[in-house]
Each structure stands twice: as C-alpha cells, then as structure tokens.
Design a protein around this ligand. Structure first.
Ligand code: S3P
Length: 426
C-alpha cells in the first residue's frame, strides 16, 4: 500500500493513541499463566500484540473480547496445553523472545516461527540463557527462527545480559517463574522494566537492586484488572510531528511515562522542546500522564551510551527530526538498530538521502546534519512500521507531496496511524 503525505498545517487538539505494545504483550502472557480472569483494557491494536494473543489461544487459553478489551482466562503456571501446530509470532520479536521463556518450561514441545523479517533476527541471545537453565532449543543455523523448544524442568540461574535487552531479560524472568529457587538477571544498564512491574502486580516476588533483578520461582500469580497506558513510542511520531510543524500545539492523553521509557522527553526538552506533562498518576504500577507539545525550534544533540538503549525505538523518528534542528543529531552505540525489524541504520539513512538530507552511516550509528530542507520524495518502509511512520512525519514538513511505499507496515504497532495523522494535521 502506498500513502501520499502532503505538507501539513499545525497539529492541534487532543488525541488518544493505542495501548502500549510492550505492556500489552506482558499482560497477555502473564495473564495466561496467572490463575483466573485477567481483564485488560486499552490493549494494543497492533498486529504484534495480536500475534501474542494468537499464541496464547493456541496454548489452550480462552481469550474473550475484541477491539481494545480482552479477558484472558488464565489457567495458572501449569495450565498451558500443547499447541496443535506451530505458534506464529508474525513480525514480533517480543512475542517469540518473551514467550520462549514460558515455552521452555513446559512439559511439552513447541515450535514457534515468524515472518520473513523475524526469521532473520538473532535468537542466540535467548537460546543461551534458556540452555543454561536446562531447556532444549533448536534453531535454524543455530540462531534464527523457527525455534523448536523441547520443554524441560528448568533450574534457576544468575544471568548477566551481554547486551541491554528487555526482551531477553523478560524471557529469562518468565522462565525463572518455573524454576525452583531464585533467578537473577543483571543488565549492563536498566532497560524497560514493564515485566518487573507486571509480575509484581500479578503477585510475584521481584526485587530490584541497581541493575540486578531477582525473582523467586513458582509464585502464585493471580488474575488482575489492568489498563494499558497509551504507547509512548507511538506518541513519539506525533510529538515529533508537532515539533516540526509551526503553530502546532497537541495534547496526547494517558501516555505511559515509565522512567525507563521516557528518556525521549528529556532528550527533546534538553534540545529546547516545549513539552509539558500534566495529570501524572500511577496505574497498575506504571506512570501515566498527558503530554502537551508545542512547535519548537531545536538545537540538536547526541544520542549515545545508555541514552541510545533507552530510546532505541524512537531513533528512526528522531533521525527525521534531526534534519530540522540547528546542529543536527548524531547517533552512536546503536549497533542494535541493525537487527531490528530492518537494519534501521541503513533504511533510515537511505530514506533521509532521498529527502535530500546528507545523512551518513557508521557501523553503529548515523550523523544527520541540521538545517536541512526535507524534500518531498518516494520513501520505502522496507516493511518496517517505525520507518514507515517516521518518514510520514518527515513528509509533513516536506516541500510537496511525498509517497510512503509499504505504508501498511504501520499496523504492526499502530493500525490507526494514518487516520490519526489525517485527523490531527490540519
Ligand atoms: C521491547 C524491547 C526492545 C524494543 C522492542 C520492545 C520490549 O527490544 O526495541 O520494540 O517490549 O521488551 P530489545 O529487547 O531487543 O532491546
């Protein structure tokens, strides 16, 4: 699908965006292995989170509802049943990596696969710790999906993550739920902690000390009523759109502002963005608030080290924003970007060059010069949701009509993106 995006007038008014993708996955998976009916409101509408629901159903868990509200009829830690066929994770790295932690501990074998993009993403990062716990996992060429997971009685481990990855941390913690004793995960820097928060909500004993998370195995998890905050990473597209288009003043309601996710806002305000956060509250252990963003002239900046890890999903749209800043944006320490849904260093820099921006790639980052004029062009999503949406946002500030090829990719995380863009950009 091709979408034409023309330069926009100011973005104004108030919008509500779909539920957070990361939190939705976790609530559905943990709800499935908790005892009783977990009701989830504002569940993500993205295809990725529906892949998780599909897998959970295939494992014998009844899921009722539709739209953004689901009830997961959890059957307890030992209530999953062997799926009749292979489990389909679609495009979703979170589904395959996190669910594998649960599958590894089952008394039955599972096979889990994904689409073409997911089939190229590395899985050694979960195969290694799960192997240490006693799981038997086979992968294509030893590292790619599909995964054949034998299922075994797992033992607890103390695992130090070689790279900061919340998906891998979650995989080990979910596996640790099934191991008798204490499993610990130490990360090189704090990654998003939705799993720790959600597990506590469901009743698990999870303690965090600096970069080490300790979990006591075989807890009794009990069903919960949960509301998913709106997705900050999806909000990022509209925050950047409002910062780019003169005269904008946009309110985004009920956004998840967990401190392990909100580095984006600090980075933007540090560059001079006019962003306010009224109505902060805590919901199911997660911080939630509104975001009010006004058009601002930005200085530019550098994303490196822990900051890169903290806003890794927002880098495509920040790269687009970089061209409109005074000094540009430099991204470092971002080799992980090369193994996302696409090689995001190459797909982002390639599209920026089509827009006439002299962006440069490095092995683990990119340099986007400032004071650029974003020219209208044909952009390619390469099947990557965040690339499609980032360049649609850039096109709002273009000098004519742009096209986004493969625009349907947005539905992986944000099916309402195109309609919301149309209704909020005047
Ligand atoms: C996610 C963790 C990050 C992120 C992904 C969602 C999660 O991936 O990029 O979109 O929900 O835990 P990594 O764990 O590979 O860093």
């Amino acid at each position: 699908m091709r979408k034409v995006v023309t330069p926009a007038g100011p973005l104004t008014g108030a919008i509500a965006l779909p539920g957070d993708k990361s939190i939705s996955h976790r609530y559905a998976m943990i709800g499935a292995i908790a005892e009783g009916d977990t009701r989830i409101r504002n569940y993500s509408t993205g295809a990725d989170c529906h892949s998780t629901l599909g897998c959970v159903r295939a494992l014998g868990i009844a899921v009722e509802g539709g739209g953004t509200e689901f009830v997961i009829h959890g059957r307890g830690l030992d209530g999953l049943r062997q799926a009749a066929g292979a489990l389909d994770a679609g495009n979703s790295g979170s589904t395959i990596r996190m669910l594998s932690g649960i599958l590894a501990a089952q008394p039955f074998a599972s096979r889990i696969f994904g689409d073409e993009s997911l089939s190229r993403r590395p899985m050694q990062r979960i195969i290694e710790p799960l192997g240490e716990m006693g799981a038997g996992i086979r992968a294509r060429e030893g590292k790619y999906p599909p995964l054949e997971i034998a299922g075994a009685a797992l033992r607890p481990i103390d695992y130090t993550l070689p790279v900061a990855s919340a998906q891998v941390k979650t995989c080990v913690l979910l596996a640790g739920l099934y191991a008798n004793g204490r499993t610990t995960v130490t990360e090189p820097m704090r990654s998003r902690d939705h799993t720790e928060i959600a597990l506590r909500e469901f009743g698990a004993d999870v303690r965090v000390e600096r970069c080490t998370i300790a979990l006591v195995g075989r807890p009794r998890l009990t069903a919960r009523e949960l509301v998913v905050p709106s997705d900050l990473s999806s909000s990022a597209f509209f925050i950047v759109a409002a910062l780019l288009v003169p005269g904008s003043e946009l309110t985004i309601r009920g956004v998840g502002l967990n401190p392990t996710r909100s580095a984006l806002l600090d980075f933007l305000t540090g560059m001079g963005a006019d962003i306010r956060i009224p109505n902060l509250e805590s919901r199911n252990g997660e911080l939630v608030g509104d975001i009010v963003v006004r058009y601002s002239e930005l200085r530019g900046g550098t994303i490196e080290g822990a900051l890169t890890a903290a806003l890794i999903d927002e880098i495509p749209v920040l790269a687009v924003l970089g061209a409109a800043t005074e000094r540009g944006i430099v991204v470092k320490d971002a080799a992980e970007l090369r193994i996302k849904e696409t090689d995001r260093i190459s797909t982002v820099v390639g599209n920026l060059r089509r827009a006439g921006i002299a962006a440069e790639e490095s092995p683990d980052g990119m340099t986007i010069p400032g004071r650029g004029k974003f020219r209208a062009a044909e952009f390619a999503s390469h099947g990557d949701h965040r690339v499609a949406m980032a360049f649609a946002v850039g096109a709002l500030a273009g000098d004519g009509a742009s096209t986004i090829e493969g625009a349907e990719a947005a539905s992986v995380s944000f099916p309402e993106f195109w309609d919301t863009l149309e209704s909020s950009a005047g």
